[in-house]
Design a protein around this ligand. Structure first.
Ligand SMILES: [Zn+2]
Length: 278
């Protein structure tokens, strides 16, 4: 931080758990999407948003909240290509037309693949009928691994295959802050259903890469809204992956695997079959 300049700040918006239409699951809670976060990082005049939420109602509430901060929104950074982190973009860009949506080239490619009409209709619109914007807006690919907020660097950390491929986190050195996207979760069951031993090893390495930055705070893409943003979520997420991997490799039947995870993590939110078993 340069002497005399006001420090950056950040604030976190959490969209609550969102029930959705689906056949009843075999195990766990009734179908609901886990609580999602969007983080505003701001200086004296400008602001950067990380992730854009999913439904029109969520993005509209988020836009109102951003406006309360009375900063110029210059950039919206998307951490990875999952629809729950970027389908709110058209609503936000309509409200803040000066802002530019950006992401890593790998994330932009994933956004494109995960927002084809077929994928969106099957995975998202069927679950949230009438709640998703008609248009899809992609981010522009960043040609460098960083961008700026009021002259201070925001660094893209490439985290590879975590809960999907080509994921990233955003590091704000001046704040000791990492906005992790879905690389880490905060007291919320993790989307581990599609993982393999190799992908869990890559995910664990990504958590270690973030921990090596020695952050003071970590905002995760999904969290229990009652929790703060401590860096301990990195070690907790690592432990969750390890425990899940051991049970999977032991060949536990689905029902037993699910029961073992919710028993081990009794206070974690979003006890959803689709996250743990698919
Ligand atoms: Zn997510």
């Amino acid at each position: 931080m340069t002497a005399g300049r006001p420090p950056l700040s950040y604030d976190v918006f959490t969209a609550p758990q969102a029930p959705f239409s689906a056949p009843p699951p075999r195990v766990g809670d009734p179908p609901a999407w886990d609580p999602k976060t969007s983080t505003l990082i701001f200086g004296a005049r400008d602001a950067v948003l990380v992730d854009a939420l999913m439904t029109v109602a969520e993005a509209t509430a988020l836009a109102d909240w951003i406006a309360l901060h009375q900063r110029q929104l210059t950039t919206i950074y998307i951490t990875h290509g999952h629809a729950d982190h970027f389908l709110g973009l058209p609503v936000l860009l309509n409200r803040f037309p000066e802002a530019r949506a950006v992401a890593s080239p790998g994330t932009v490619q994933q956004m494109r693949e995960q927002s084809t009409p077929q994928v969106l209709d099957n995975r998202i619109r069927a679950r949230f009928p009438g709640q998703i914007a008609d248009t899809v807006t992609l981010a522009e690919p960043l040609d460098t691994g960083h961008f700026e907020l009021e002259g201070l660097p925001l660094e893209v950390i490439e985290t590879g295959h975590t809960d999907t491929v080509d994921t990233t986190s955003l590091h704000v050195p001046d704040l000791g802050l990492i906005v992790s996207g879905d690389v880490a979760y905060n007291h919320c069951h993790m989307f581990v259903a599609g993982t393999t031993p190799a992908s869990r090893a890559e995910w664990t390495a990504a958590l270690d890469k973030l921990a090596a930055l020695n952050p003071a705070a970590v905002v995760t893409g999904h969290k229990d809204p009652t929790q703060g943003n401590p860096p301990s979520v990195l070690a907790e997420s690592r432990g969750y992956l390890e425990h899940y991997g051991q049970l999977r490799e032991a060949g536990l039947p689905d029902q037993d695997l699910f029961d073992a995870m919710v028993t081990r993590y009794p206070d974690w939110v979003s006890r959803q079959q689709f996250l743990i078993l698919g």
